[in-house]
Every structure is written in structure tokens, then in C-alpha cells.
Ligand binder design. Structure first.
Ligand code: S3P
Length: 184
């Protein structure tokens, strides 16, 4: 049975989590369920730069990418309510994190190492995973980022299951948060 949908007027929902956690896939479906537009921050960064993320990293370096990422997410958060999928590194920036906290509800899509490795094996357009040992890189990113992703408003496990099941879990968590009594 479908869970009741949270009221769309609750505002923007930002999905955070590692590469391969399913932010774009779950985000699109969540947006449809909530009747909200969906935006992928990585797509917007590519549009603004006029080239692919792989090329931004190669031509201008990661620092330039992170600058652009911060600007694009700030602009998107200033816009109308939407479901926003962010790149895996976005939430690591303290300014971006603060903006998300003040403008949106954040959802960490948490997934285990094997799932992340399986899912990211299908694409070769992620600069952080093109060099070195993918497993080692992902383990390091998990160790660095999971404690920070833990600051998200909601944590939902993304497992090897139909995306619709994960979406239901996100919706249920959003409803639970909206109906929970305020704590001081
Ligand atoms: C990155 C994740 C990517 C993209 C860029 C850097 C990261 O997005 O923003 O390659 O630092 O984890 P996805 O998480 O959507 O793959």
C-alpha cells in the first residue's frame, strides 16, 4: 500500500549521498510522487559550464568544479520548491550544507559499499572513480563522508530493491518528520 504523500508545500527536498546511492533515480520518482519538479545539480553544473563534469575536472580541476557546484546549488535552493539531487561531494561543503539546512529538507540515501561499487561500475563519467582502485576510493569516501552525511535531516537506506520501494521509504520518513512533535 502506498504511504500518504507529504504536502508538497513542505518545500524543497535535497538528496545527498555517495555516487551510486540512487539520488537521481530516486529523486525523479520522488518528484513525480510529490508533484514537484526534479533537478539534477550535476546536469545544471554541466549546462552552466557548457561541458561534461569529466572535462571540468580535467580542464579546470576539482576546485573549480566545487566552486561551480556551490554556486549552482545556491541558485537552485533560491528557486521554487523542487526535488534536488546533488553530486556526492556537494554536502561536504559547509556553506552548501548550511544553505540546504535553511532552505530544504535533506535526505541522505545511505547505501553499502558493494551496492555503490556495483551501481557505479556501469558508468565511466565520474572523475573520482576513473583513477586508482575504485573499491579503495569508495571506502575512503565512505569514511570521510558518512559522518557528514549523517547531519542530513533524514536518513533512508537505499538497498538493492525496486526504486519504488526506496521512494516509499523516503515518503514515509518525510511524513514521519512532518508529523513528529517539535523538539526544542
Ligand atoms: C562527485 C559525485 C558526482 C559528481 C562529481 C563528483 C563526488 O555526482 O558531482 O563526479 O564528489 O562524489 P554523483 O554523486 O551524482 O555521481
Amino acid at each position: 500500500m502506498d504511504s500518504p504523500a507529504p504536502h508538497p508545500e513542505s518545500g524543497t527536498i535535497v538528496l545527498v549521498g555517495l555516487m551510486g546511492a540512487g539520488k537521481s533515480c530516486i529523486g525523479q520518482r520522488l518528484a513525480t510522487r510529490l508533484g514537484l519538479p526534479f533537478t539534477d545539480a550535476d546536469d545544471e553544473i554541466e549546462k552552466a559550464a557548457g561541458c561534461a563534469i569529466l572535462d571540468i575536472f580535467e580542464l579546470y580541476g576539482e576546485t573549480a568544479f566545487r566552486d561551480g557546484e556551490k554556486r549552482v546549488i545556491a541558485r537552485l535552493l533560491d528557486g521554487p520548491a523542487q526535488v534536488l539531487a546533488t553530486g556526492g561531494g556537494a554536502f561536504m561543503n559547509p556553506e552548501t550544507r548550511a544553505l540546504i539546512a535553511s532552505h530544504a529538507v535533506s535526505v541522505w540515501l545511505r547505501a553499502d559499499l558493494e551496492l555503490l561499487l556495483n551501481r557505479t561500475a556501469r558508468r565511466a563519467d565520474r572523475p573520482l572513480l576513473t583513477k586508482g582502485d575504485r573499491r579503495e576510493t569508495m571506502e575512503r569516501l565512505m569514511a570521510e563522508r558518512h559522518p557528514v552525511y549523517g547531519a542530513a535531516d533524514i536518513v533512508v537506506d537505499s538497498a538493492n530493491e525496486s526504486p519504488d520501494v526506496t521512494v516509499e521509504r523516503v515518503l514515509a520518513a518525510l511524513v514521519a518528520r512532518e508529523t513528529a512533535p517539535e523538539t526544542a
